[in-house]
Design a protein around this ligand. Structure first.
Ligand code: CUA
Length: 332
């Protein structure tokens, strides 16, 4: 505690910088016209604030050094009460500043307002779950999880809701946050200027695994997006080897099927992520872990030690792990 006190300012600076990194990525590296406008408004406000800060603080320093009371100076300083020019100046300047900010704010709000829906937009239903995101494309008949795949330069119209508690959808480089409220759909829209991967994080405390409720937005070129759509619309691949066939039997008829859907099989559960094309994704479990055989094996053996409190509260019997992994790997 003593150490903490002595280095209070350093600790505060460290906390501030560590918290600000991802949150300010919209400033340093905006990825859409929305965040471009937002970051411009932020910088204008920041510069205005900094200039005012320097003038006010500088004035205070000059006053307390040059005009402090001297030892033998007992006379009252010159009074300026009721000085009309001064009153006008310090009323007019803040009014002008507020009007300036108002104009910039309203023009930013207009610039980032959702465009009129058009036939070429991509519609996505985004549903928050404890603790992962579900993405379904009603027009394309695709359901996936954790990673929202979108085409570059196209407005994405998002219908946002929640299956349980309030979450908040936030991908800082692409747009501001919007709450996902159960029974109360919210609209938001995003666009992306460049192909790439953008990191997101649920930003409303939603329970024990809130911190591991992440999401990625993967922005593809138009051609790559069309290819992705075509692959996702396929039903799950049929198992080839014995191991894969045994795995499919375990998954599609066992406890997995109560929560997960795999199109083209008897697994039709709606509680957990759709696994039809699991291995087309690069992460799993709320985009919390890279998707590879090692991580997925650990997950089946003891998901509660990887993400304590997550709702997949089962442990796959050791004798079934190899078969299930073999099958899941075919779901590309
Ligand atoms: Cu979902 Cu925090």
């Amino acid at each position: 505690m003593k150490l903490m006190k002595r280095h209070f300012w350093l600790v505060l600076l460290g906390l501030g910088l560590s918290g600000c990194g991802p949150a300010t990525s919209f400033l340093t590296n905006p990825g859409s016209s929305i965040t471009n406008h937002q970051s411009n408004l932020y910088l204008i406000t920041l510069v205005m604030g900094a200039v005012i800060f320097l003038i006010v603080e500088g004035g205070i320093i000059i006053v307390i050094t040059r005009f402090r009371r001297r030892k033998d100076d007992l006379a009252e300083p010159k009074q300026t009460h009721g000085n009309v020019p001064l009153e006008i100046i310090w009323t007019a300047i803040p009014v002008l500043l507020v009007i300036t900010l108002f104009v910039f704010t309203v023009s930013t709000m207009n610039a980032i307002a959702a465009p009129q829906p058009s036939g070429s937009d991509v519609n996505v239903n985004v549903v928050g779950h404890q603790w992962w995101w579900e993405f379904s494309y009603p027009d394309l008949k695709i359901t996936t999880a954790d990673e929202l795949v979108i085409p570059v330069g196209t407005p994405i119209q998002i219908n946002l809701t929640s299956a349980d508690v309030v979450h908040s959808f936030w991908v800082p480089q692409l747009a501001g946050k919007t709450d996902a409220v159960p029974g109360q759909p919210n609209k938001m829209w995003i666009t992306a200027d460049q192909p790439g991967t953008y990191e997101g994080q649920c930003s409303e405390f939603c329970g024990i695994e809130h911190a591991l409720m992440r999401q990625k937005v993967i922005v593809l070129s138009q051609a790559d997006f069309q290819a992705w759509v075509a692959r996702q619309q396929q039903p799950a691949a049929a198992p080839q080897t014995d191991l894969e066939t045994q795995g499919q039997k375990l998954v599609a008829s066992g406890v997995c099927a109560a929560c997960h859907t795999i199109d083209g099989t008897t697994a039709k559960g709606k509680i957990g992520p759709n696994l039809t094309h699991l291995y087309s994704r690069s992460t799993f479990a709320g985009a919390a872990f890279p998707l590879n055989d090692t991580n997925l094996t650990s997950w089946l053996r003891s998901n509660q030690s990887m993400k304590p409190g997550n709702l997949m509260a089962i442990t796959v019997p050791e004798a079934q792990v190899a078969q299930i992994i073999a099958y899941l790997k075919t779901l590309k």
